[in-house]
Design a protein around this ligand. Structure first.
Ligand SMILES: [Zn+2]
Length: 460
């Protein structure tokens, strides 16, 4: 795999960190490995994620690789060392709309949330990523600007079905389509005809189609003024998701194309997915932290910061999402990190841009809500590591094990803290998470053994 970390800054923060229980010793000199500066590290007194569970241990890293994991009997550490997370659904909006977020800021926010890899969606970068040239341009930008591993999605757009093969050769992890309007004229939605044509080609090419699944016909029926969150949510009911997921799954069964359903929010869509999985349809699905953390009632108080599509729904749906993660109906959690400048949010509700800047908070949400719901952290680790890696054939390490690159994050599962604007690492600090109360946080993130500067939120 290409090394994408040419700009990863050297860091001395680990040498002076005032840690309560974990000892991070930088045991050797920093050295240059390819284009990357690495440091030798020994982490003692941590709970190490390996083979599906946490064991007390000591982890040694040399030259960017984990060289040993030794058990520490009798120790009672509290902090958790997990493989770096993989967020397969982000919108960094570069090139073209870098003022909305950008790769440098977006990757920094993800690293602050324990993520060491991402896959960038083909919008809202401009032009959309619909040709091999644009894929290669994005990969070049990742190499230049990202602090963590980057890959990207291609677009299924009218007139671009013939680009799928070359985009695959250029290294996309899959292809994204919208069944309803995307909000951007340059990213047209895909109707039945284009979906069937594209999916037939993708089945031949062994490409996965990821879909924003809301039925345009149902959305049309429920149109309203969208003057408030409540009205907006009413204009995008669960029925729109259920209807679109149902159609999509029938196309998947017909074409043999593997599909991935993005940002599932409701119990009705989950039932469709559950049934399709039982019938052997090649489908996976994700949900996002904001649907797992906020309810519709809370979203109403957050105004345009909470605007996203599909909308944040009620408690019944939130409980169904957690249940679906536990029973395997949902495969993974990704952030759908989709920031926009304040000027696009600070307008009447109906005109506000939909999208939530949440890439920093996947682990914070999982730790907080998981604890409240009695879900062990080891149950949740695969949702952001092994599941996305296996589904999208990514090479990122999913175990803390000797020989693996030291892409990893240190979590403090017990600390209680409040998110502030100052803690935000994305370009525009205000988000739906400002003021959120969390239990558990990401303390440090390493890529190839190098601690990412600015990762971890210092204030508690
Ligand atoms: Zn998205």
């Amino acid at each position: 795999m290409d090394c994408l970390f040419c700009t990863t800054a050297g860091s001395s923060r680990g040498r002076t960190a005032n840690e309560r229980s974990v000892r991070t010793s930088y045991t050797g000199k920093k050295r240059r490995r390819g284009c990357l500066m690495t440091a030798d590290i020994q982490l003692t007194n941590v709970l190490v994620y390996r083979n599906g569970s946490f064991q007390p241990g000591t982890v040694t890293v040399e030259n960017g690789l984990i060289t040993s994991v030794t058990e520490a009997n009798g120790a009672s550490p509290k902090k958790l060392l997990v493989p770096g997370g993989i967020d397969i659904h982000v919108h960094f909006n570069e090139p073209g709309r870098t003022d909305w977020e950008g790769i440098a800021n977006g990757s920094k926010a993800l690293a602050a949330g324990g993520m060491t890899a991402f896959a960038d969606m083909p919008l809202n970068s401009s032009p959309p990523t619909a040709t091999a040239e644009r894929v290669l341009e994005k990969k070049r930008l990742f190499k230049e600007k990202s602090r963590i591993h980057g890959s990207c999605w291609g677009a299924l757009l009218p007139g671009h079905v013939d680009d799928l093969e070359a985009m695959k050769a250029a290294g996309i992890i899959g292809v994204k389509a919208f069944m309803s309007p995307s909000g951007l004229d340059e990213f047209a939605s895909a109707g039945e005809e284009l979906l069937l044509e594209g999916m037939t080609r993708m089945a031949e090419l062994d490409l996965i189609l990821a879909v924003h699944a809301e039925s345009p016909a149902v959305l049309q029926r429920y149109q309203n003024e969208c003057g408030s969150y409540r009205e907006f949510a009413a204009s995008r009911p669960p029925e729109a998701e259920r209807e679109a997921v149902s159609s999509l799954l029938s196309y998947a069964a017909k074409t043999g194309c593997a599909v991935h359903i993005c940002h599932v929010t409701c119990a009705e869509a989950l039932e469709e997915i559950r049934r399709a999985k039982r019938h052997g349809v090649h489908v996976t699905a994700e949900t996002c932290p904001h649907y797992l953390f906020f309810t519709g009632t809370e979203a109403e108080t957050k105004g345009t910061l909470a605007k996203c599509a599909p909308p944040i729904r009620g408690k019944r749906h939130q409980d169904a999402l957690w249940e679906a993660l536990l029973d395997g109906t949902l495969d993974l959690v990704s952030s759908d990190h989709s920031p926009a400048p304040p000027a696009m949010k600070d307008v009447p509700f109906r005109d506000a841009w939909g999208g939530i800047a949440g890439g920093q908070h996947t682990w914070h949400v999982l730790l907080t809500e998981g604890k409240r719901r009695g879900i062990a952290v080891e149950t949740m680790v695969p949702w952001v590591t092994r599941a996305p890696a296996e589904r999208f054939r990514l090479e990122n390490p999913v175990e803390i094990a000797p020989g693996n690159p030291a892409d990893m994050a240190l979590l403090d599962p017990d600390v209680e803290w409040t998110m502030t604007r100052e803690d935000a690492r994305h370009r525009h600090p205000e988000s739906i998470y400002t003021g959120a109360r969390f239990t558990g946080r990401v303390e440090k993130t390493w890529v190839h053994g190098e601690e990412i500067a600015g990762a971890g939120v210092p204030s508690v």
